[in-house]
Write a protein that binds this ligand. Structure first.
Ligand code: IPD
Ligand code: CA
Ligand code: CA
Length: 278
């Protein structure tokens, strides 16, 4: 896809995402919406998750019929296992933070990313409750409601507001790592924050409101759009083991500066060693 096509795709994704914002708001205000549990009781989904995904996928496929879609509500395990190929691929979380959505907490986001040739080209994270539209096109910077944003650039943990998604500890295997990291961070940083939406958390790092985040066990649609926002805002996203960020296996460290990302990596490694030692 050339630059003109990417811009066209960005305009379309922007229009569709804003349209979906109205659906999310309608659902947010609907106190009797249907809520179901997925495999685990803490993992909930509503009729609005599917509605939003349908509007996005239908709208994008109408204009780009040969593009691949990886949306949380309609992606099969087999589709998710297929590696990224030459097809431009849209990675979509129709509502990130569904538990917040169900309980009337205004930290929710629609997350839309486009990958072309293995590279993130478009990232959109939209919180309709607060009307915050975060967007990035590769090489063109990151924006909040049209205003350029940048990461805090903070390098020292002791100056950081650290994003720490404790909900992942619902998985017993993740628990010692999650709380171990939390313990290490809080010894040194200003405070821990768990927003309940990974996509929005990454957007907050891009805008400099939060500083860093170490997260695993999530899915491509939780991270992809926010990762591009951070990269375009001057921050860093790496694999939680220190390697390169893998879009389809997004266990990541995200930070407002390279030095901070390396410091978070030290914490992750220390906790890993502690857990292994018992
Ligand atoms: C959830 C959010 C949350 C994270 C959960 C995710 P969902 O996504 O990103 O921050 O802690 O593990 O599942 O289910 O609301 O789309
Ligand atoms: Ca999600
Ligand atoms: Ca979701």
């Amino acid at each position: 896809m050339d630059d003109q096509k990417i811009d066209e795709a960005f305009q379309l994704a922007t229009t569709l995402t804003k349209q979906c914002g109205s659906i999310v708001l309608e659902g947010f205000r609907n106190a009797s919406k249907a809520v179901k549990c997925k495999e685990n009781h803490w993992d909930v989904v509503t009729e609005y998750d599917q509605k939003v995904e349908d509007v996005l996928v239908r709208g994008l496929l109408e204009r780009f019929p040969d593009h691949r879609m990886l949306g949380e509500e309609s992606t099969t395990e087999a589709n998710l296992r297929e590696p990224l190929d030459e097809r431009p691929t849209w990675i979509i979380d129709p509502i990130d933070g569904t538990s917040n959505f169900v309980r009337g907490v205004k930290f929710i986001a629609i997350s839309v990313a486009l990958v072309v040739g293995g590279d993130l080209k478009i990232g959109i994270v939209y919180n309709p409750c607060l009307d915050e539209f975060y967007s990035a096109v590769k090489g063109k910077g990151a924006f909040l409601n049209g205003e350029k944003i940048k990461t805090s650039g903070i390098e020292e943990l002791k100056q950081c507001l650290v994003a720490h998604e404790s909900s992942i500890a619902s998985y017993a295997t993740a628990r010692p790592y999650v709380f171990g990291r939390g313990l290490e961070f809080i010894k040194e940083c200003i405070g821990l924050r768990a927003l309940g939406s990974a996509a929005l958390t990454l957007a907050y790092i891009a805008s400099g409101n939060l500083d860093c985040y170490a997260i695993d066990y999530l899915q491509p649609w939780d991270i992809a759009a926010g990762a591009l926002l951070i990269q375009e805002a001057g921050g860093v996203v790496i694999n939680i083991n220190g390697g390169e960020y893998d879009i389809l296996k997004p266990d990541v460290i995200a930070a407002g500066s390279e030095k901070l990302a390396q410091r978070v990596l030290e914490v992750v490694r220390k906790v890993e060693a502690d857990v292994v030692r018992g």
